[in-house]
Every structure is written in structure tokens, then in C-alpha cells.
Design a protein around this ligand. Structure first.
Ligand SMILES: Nc1ncnc2c1ncn2[C@@H]1O[C@H](COP(=O)(O)OP(=O)(O)OP(=O)(O)O)[C@@H](O)[C@H]1O
Ligand SMILES: [Mg+2]
Length: 576
């Protein structure tokens, strides 16, 4: 548990250690007055009282209190600062790390789960370094210090005092094992509950449209009930052990009383020492009683730490040390095989896209077109074969460098809950407002943006919910245009193929791709016919390739596809 804390502390380990040392010193000053008290009592009960000595001891005791106060203050400052730094560093480290992971990591997990780790688990850990960890250190050091002092006074009574501790520790250990398991379950069910909330809220329009409010809500309700159950379980199963732990420690006082009376009556123990043990016995047990609570809380947080560390320790895609700059941007797939899970999605795909040409990928839904686009940007690594840019395997390039060469417009455009200008500026954060407007004009979105209430400063809802699909795509094109990367990958969305949008988007694409290497997953006829090369993808393979005129003259999938498209187009135009 402590090891994990230090692992999470990262670069702040030093501060955490400093805080620990200060807390230990603070505990020593908290225990020292008891020692002085004993010496003072001894002096007071002795035959000849040396008042100067007593005065000296009283001053010493006062000094201990003051020093304890100072160290307490110092330790709190160091611990709190370390805690806050650890947490802010941790959030940044997580963000940085996630960016480098393969996209496989994200599809393996539910969004709510990752969200829960970054938000809830990190928040759970928050009070550990600044609060519970120092309390735990103090709760361990103080009893140890007092107990060793007790041995110094009377070893028999000291043994009696600590005799219950092993039994208490056993019950602590048992509760730890149970807690560990239950805390993990709790974290998991919290995560599921969170995923269900997100799913419920995000899917609310579908749920309403299909009149499934009842069953949609049911799933959500079940997850909440499960979360409640794991919490109740945690309390119900751990409470008896807590009671046992407390009872064992209470028994300690009875043992001190018994043993003390025996020795006292036998004339082997002075009344002062007997009373001192009765008082100090409580000072040994009180912090130990707290340990149970701190460890229980830290256990729950331990489950969170484990989940955070699992993400942090996940290996990022391997990257080379050297980082060559490229000046030509020819792209080549060489016998690429790829699978997400069990079945191959790409089965030996090979093609070349010469620099500054347009390649259109067409093919049925699910044939692997988007996958090809994602592999170029190295969201995943290929299973076998190679993807080359300028003859260099993309695995031999730093991902940041590779991505700087690529501008992508995804099939499902994601826009941030921010102003339009910032969303476009995402393509190049140094762009001026004029450059943003120029890109928007070229991407044919200037007109509709101007009509919005706050123009370029209009805030669009999360995911771009307040814009139409076609508008979102054009904003994404403006974003890609601003990036001005030599390779452009455009995954057109099928949904927006109405004639007006087609003309607008085509205009946007034409200005985007001037002297660029373009790969376009095309659904629009105009893009397909003007492409330098068309690759027909079916079942993860390139089954035909050539120019439009060549492909329509062959009797293949492309010809059928083309005929169907033309019919659809005719239907659309008459409809409009
Ligand atoms: N993240 C993923 N995890 C597992 N399987 C996936 C994942 N993404 C896609 N697939 C599967 O891989 C196959 C190819 O998907 P891909 O998205 O490349 O198709 P596509 O040709 O782009 O289809 P569309 O025209 O509908 O966009 C599909 O069977 C799909 O279910
Ligand atoms: Mg696709």
C-alpha cells in the first residue's frame, strides 16, 4: 500500500519522505512530555525535592509542546504541499500517458471506466498523501515510542501492556484481507455505475426515440443497486472485526490492572509506576485504535491506487530514439494484416499512394476502410506487414512526428465543448483569428458560423451536439486545413450526402488538398470520379484498383457500387 503510494508520488517522492520524517519528529515530541512527566513525578515523590530540577523539567515539557506544535505545522505544510503536487502531477502524468497508448486500450474499456479512473480514483487518492498517510505514520510511531519508554520503566508491566497487541494485529490482518477484496469490488461496481450513468445520459435521445425509457432506466437502476450493495457489504463484513479489534485493545487495560495489582500487592511495584502504566496504556492503545480506521480508509483508496497504476504502467507503443524528418510523403502499405480481437479485419492489404495524389477507398460497410485510415496514424500497430511513409516504416518514427505529418477528418467528428474558433484552432494552436477565418472560408463554413448568435465565439455543446452533421464535418475540414499537414486522411460520413452539402464539402475538400497526399474514404461521386486511383476494399482486401473510367468498364464490385450510387443520386435529386 505504502509502496504504491510512493510509486504514485513519482517525482514528489522526496517531499513525501521529508513529510514522513517531520511527522516522526512531531510524534516524538508528542511522546516526550510523558517521559518528562514520569521523571517529574519521581522527583516529587522522592524524599528531597530539588525544585530547580522540577522547574527545569516543567520548562522542558513546555518546550516539547512548543516544538511539537512547530513540527506539526511544518509537517502539515510539507505533507499538504506534497499531496497537492502529487495529485496535480498524477493527473498530468495520466493525461500524457494515455495519449501515448494504443487505441486498443480505449476500445477495451468502457468510457465510464476510464473516466472513473481519471476522476474518481484520482480523487479517492487525494487525501492519502496529505492526510491519511501522515496520520498513519504518527499512529505507528507514537505507540512504538511510548512502548519502548514503558520497557525502560518496568519491563514486566510493559509486556503486560503490549500483550494484547499481537491479537489485535491478527484481527487487523484478517480485516485487511476482507477489505482488500471488498474494496476492489466496490471500485469495480462504482465504475460500472458510472459507465451506466454516462451511457444513460449520452443515449438519452435513442432511449426516448425508441420509447425505452423504462428498460434504459432499469440497467441504470440495477447498477446503482449493485453499488449500494457493495458499500453495505463493506460495512457489514468489516464492522464485526472492528468491534473485535477495539475489544481486544480494551482488554489490555484490564490486563494492566490485573498484572499491576498483583505486582503492587506483592510490593514489587510502586504506586507511581502503576498509575503511570494505567495512564500510558491508554496512550498506547488510542493511536492503535485509529490505525484500524486509517488502514481501512487507505485500503479503499488502495483499490483506486491499483487502478491508476495499472493505467500508468501500461506500456505505450514502442518508439525509436532517433527522429528523422521526412520531405517526401509517398505512402505505402505492404502486405498489412491486422485484427482487433479474434478475426482478421485486414488480410494482406498492399497499395501505394504517390505523393500529392488523391486515392479514394470505397467498399461496403465493415470492409476495413476506417481501420486502414487509423493504422496510418498508428492508432494501432499492424500485426504483420509494413506501413511506410517515404520508404520508412512508421514504427521507426516518433508518433508525435508522424502525427504532425497527418491531418485527419474522422467519420464521426468530435468537437469540444468550446467556442468554434478554438475548435478550429485545435488544428494549429498558434493560428491567428484571421487564419482561422481563412480556413473556415475555404472549408465553406464561414457563412453558417457568421449566422450563429456569437459568430466564431459561439460555444458548441459537447461532441458538437448543437450543430448539424454536415456542419460538423466542414468544421473538422477547416481544422485539418489549419493544420496544413502534407498527408490528409478524410473519412467521409455517409449521412451527409445531400446535394447541397455535397457541393459545399467538395469545395472544402478541393481547397484542403492542394498539393497534398490525400486518402479519402469516399461516398460522394464527385470525389470518386476525380481521384487518381480508387481502391475497392472488400472483406479486408483490396479487390480492385484503378481509375474510375477503368473500373466502370470492368464487371466487378465497383461497377455495381457505381450503378447503385447513381440510382441513389437520381432519387435524391428528384426528391429535392
Ligand atoms: N475498435 C474496434 N474493435 C473491434 N472491432 C472493430 C473495431 N473497429 C472496427 N471493428 C471491426 O472491424 C471491421 C472493419 O471496420 P471499419 O470501421 O474499418 O469498417 P469501414 O469499412 O470503415 O465501415 P464503414 O463504411 O461502415 O465505416 C468491422 O467488422 C468492425 O466491426
Ligand atoms: Mg468507416
Amino acid at each position: 500500500m505504502i509502496k504504491k503510494l510512493f510509486e504514485i508520488a513519482g517525482e514528489q517522492k522526496k517531499d513525501l519522505r521529508k513529510g514522513t520524517v517531520l511527522t516522526v519528529i512531531e510524534s516524538l515530541f508528542a511522546g516526550a512530555p510523558l517521559f518528562i512527566l514520569y521523571l517529574t513525578l519521581n522527583e516529587l515523590f522522592s524524599a528531597s525535592i530539588d525544585t530547580q530540577k522540577v522547574m527545569f523539567m516543567v520548562i522542558g515539557m513546555g518546550a516539547c509542546f512548543v516544538l511539537q506544535g512547530i513540527f506539526f505545522y511544518w509537517a502539515s505544510i510539507v505533507n499538504n504541499k506534497a499531496g497537492l503536487r502529487i495529485m496535480s502531477d498524477l493527473r498530468i502524468r495520466l493525461g500524457e500517458h494515455i495519449r501515448k497508448l494504443s487505441m486498443g486500450f480505449f476500445s477495451d474499456r468502457e468510457t465510464g471506466d476510464l473516466n472513473n479512473i481519471i476522476n474518481q480514483d484520482v480523487k479517492n487518492i487525494e487525501p492519502v498523501p496529505s492526510h491519511f498517510y501522515p496520520l498513519l505514520v504518527a499512529a505507528i510511531v507514537l505507540p512504538l515510542f511510548i512502548a519502548s519508554f514503558l520497557f525502560f520503566i518496568d519491563w514486566r508491566m510493559a509486556l503486560a501492556t503490549i500483550s494484547v497487541i499481537p491479537a489485535a494485529l491478527i484481527s487487523l490482518k484478517v480485516s485487511q484481507n476482507i477489505l482488500k477484496r471488498l474494496a476492489k469490488q466496490r471500485a469495480k461496481s462504482a465504475s460500472i455505475a458510472n459507465s451506466r450513468i454516462i451511457e444513460y445520459v449520452q443515449g438519452i435521445s435513442v432511449i426516448k426515440a425508441f420509447n425505452q425509457t423504462g428498460s434504459g432506466f432499469k440497467k441504470f437502476e440495477v447498477a446503482m443497486a449493485d453499488y449500494k450493495k457493495t458499500n453495505v457489504d463493506l460495512v457489514v463484513k468489516v464492522a464485526p472485526l472492528l468491534v473485535a479489534f477495539q475489544a481486544i485493545l480494551e482488554l489490555g487495560i484490564a490486563i494492566i490492572l490485573l498484572c499491576g495489582s498483583y505486582l503492587f500487592l506483592g510490593g514489587e511495584l510502586s504506586l507511581t509506576v502503576f498509575l503511570l502504566f494505567l495512564v500510558l496504556g491508554l496512550r498506547v492503545y488510542a493511536p492503535i485504535q485509529n490505525i484500524f480506521e486509517y488502514i481501512a480508509i487507505m485500503r479503499i483508496m488502495d483499490a483506486s491506487m491499483e487502478r491508476v497504476l495499472e493505467v500508468l504502467n501500461r506500456e505505450p507503443l514502442p518508439e525509436p530514439d532517433y527522429d528523422p524528418e521526412l520531405d517526401r510523403f509517398e505512402l505505402e502499405f505492404k502486405d498489412v494484416w491486422f485484427r482487433y480481437e479474434d478475426t482478421d479485419v485486414l488480410k494482406g492489404v498492399s497499395f501505394t499512394v504517390p505523393q500529392n495524389t488523391i486515392t479514394a477507398l470505397v467498399g461496403p460497410s465493415g470492409s476495413g476502410k476506417t481501420t486502414i485510415a487509423h493504422l496510418i496514424a498508428r492508432f494501432w500497430d499492424v500485426d504483420s506487414g509494413e506501413i511506410l511513409v517515404d520508404g520508412r516504416n512508421i514504427k521507426d518514427m516518433k508518433t508525435d512526428r508522424l502525427l504532425s505529418y497527418i491531418a485527419m477528418v474522422f467519420q464521426d467528428v468530435y468537437l469540444f465543448n468550446d467556442s468554434i474558433v478554438n475548435n478550429i484552432r485545435f488544428g494549429n494552436k498558434d493560428a491567428t483569428k484571421e487564419e482561422v477565418i481563412a480556413a473556415a472560408k475555404a472549408a465553406q463554413c464561414h457563412e453558417f458560423i457568421e449566422k450563429l448568435p456569437d459568430g466564431y465565439d459561439t460555444i458548441i455543446g459537447e461532441g458538437g451536439a448543437t450543430l448539424s452533421g454536415g456542419e460538423r464535418q466542414r468544421i473538422a475540414i477547416a481544422r485539418a486545413m489549419l493544420k496544413d499537414a502534407p498527408i490528409v486522411i478524410l473519412d467521409e460520413a455517409t449521412a451527409y450526402v445531400d446535394p447541397e452539402n455535397e457541393i459545399l464539402i467538395q469545395g472544402a475538400i478541393n481547397s484542403l488538398v492542394r498539393s497534398k497526399t490525400l486518402i479519402i474514404i469516399a461516398h460522394r461521386l464527385s470525389t470518386i470520379t476525380t481521384a487518381d486511383q480508387i481502391l475497392v476494399i472488400d472483406g479486408g482486401k483490396v479487390i480492385e484498383h484503378g481509375r474510375h473510367s477503368e473500373l466502370v468498364s470492368r464487371d466487378g464490385l465497383y461497377k455495381r457500387f457505381w450503378e447503385k450510387r447513381q440510382k441513389a443520386r437520381g432519387w435524391k435529386i428528384t426528391k429535392v
